[in-house]
Design a binder for this molecule. Structure first.
Ligand code: NAP
Length: 266
């Protein structure tokens, strides 16, 4: 698929994976809708790409407030009159053991990472059905394929995305709408710093895995390649991706290793 001239809406465009992907999409000649909560950060990203005003819409949204999805879609249609691709990337991570995590915090993570994500896709699909074409890309995670301590609800939200979109993909086939699930490994962003703790406060601390993770521009290059293809799914990361087949084929060894690592890190 040639991305030039395509109308692409990306959430979580104000930093990390979304910001790097926005720059890569601008280079491809796309028309962009960039969304997240922080308007000033979206404006910074917009200033870095210098697209003509007619080719970009800065649309602040809070995925937690997903009762407003139809209004957000209306704003996009008023500007571009179509949506070729939605990249559902916005999300938050977690840092805290399950027993130390308030249920309000668990709900917040699910609201943003799962319910907000799904509500936006459903609203956009209504437009794509009228167009008789479209693509939705989801930034899930390898943590949607196995679990890790301190990440119970985050992991649950990413597992839930797999369940929803693997099913939705089949429902949408007849409408010429495709779904691409992308599972990043460890990517060098502020996701760990921006994670929420059990009491809802910001973690504000980076993790070694993120610091040593794949650079966001490398991720964006690989992601764009997947977006242009007809793939249903793509893992993007470094050697940590081997964890997925390892857990699938050797689950007992996998869990024994995880128990040991968790004991060591305590
Ligand atoms: N980095 C990794 O290793 C990794 C691995 C697997 C999956 N992922 C996934 O990749 C996606 C992007 O994360 P990142 O690594 O790039 O981290 P990041 O730099 O923290 O970016 C997260 C993005 O999501 C936006 N966001 C957060 N809460 C939101 C809300 N309520 N409504 C709308 N937007 C919201 C943030 O913008 P505002 O603060 O402006 O709202 C920001 O643009 C996430 O879904 C994450 O789970 C990351």
């Amino acid at each position: 698929m040639n991305l030039s001239g395509k109308v692409i809406w990306i959430t979580g465009a104000s930093s990390g994976i979304g910001e790097a992907t926005t720059y890569a999409l601008a280079k491809e000649g796309c028309k962009l809708i960039i969304s997240s909560r922080r308007l000033e950060e979206l404006e910074r990203v917009r200033n870095n790409i210098k697209l003509a005003d007619s080719d970009i819409l800065v649309l602040p949204i809070d995925l937690e407030q997903y009762q407003h999805t139809d209004e957000w879609v209306k704003a996009v249609i008023a500007k571009f009159n179509r949506i070729d691709i939605l990249i559902n990337n916005g999300g938050i991570s977690q840092k805290g053991y399950a027993l130390a995590t308030d249920s309000a915090v668990e709900r917040k993570i699910m609201d943003i990472n799962y319910f907000g994500n799904v509500a936006l896709s459903k609203a956009v699909v209504k437009i794509m059905k009228q167009q008789k074409s479209g693509k939705i890309a989801i930034i899930a995670s390898i943590i949607g394929k196995f679990g890790l301590p301190n990440l119970t609800t985050y992991s649950a939200s990413k597992h839930a995305l797999y369940g929803f979109y693997d099913s939705f993909r089949i429902e949408l086939k007849k409408d010429n709408i495709s779904i691409l699930i992308v599972s990043p490994g460890f990517i060098n962003t502020n996701v760990a710093i921006n994670a929420v703790k059990g009491d809802g406060e910001l973690a504000n601390e980076n993790s070694e895995a993120m610091e040593n993770g794949m650079k966001t521009d490398v991720f964006a290059r690989k992601f764009i390649k997947a977006l242009k293809s007809n793939r249903n799914h793509k893992y993007i990361g470094k050697k940590e991706l081997l964890t997925v087949p390892f857990k699938t084929f050797f689950p007992n060894i996998f869990y024994n290793l995880m128990y040991k690592m968790n004991k060591k890190n305590k």
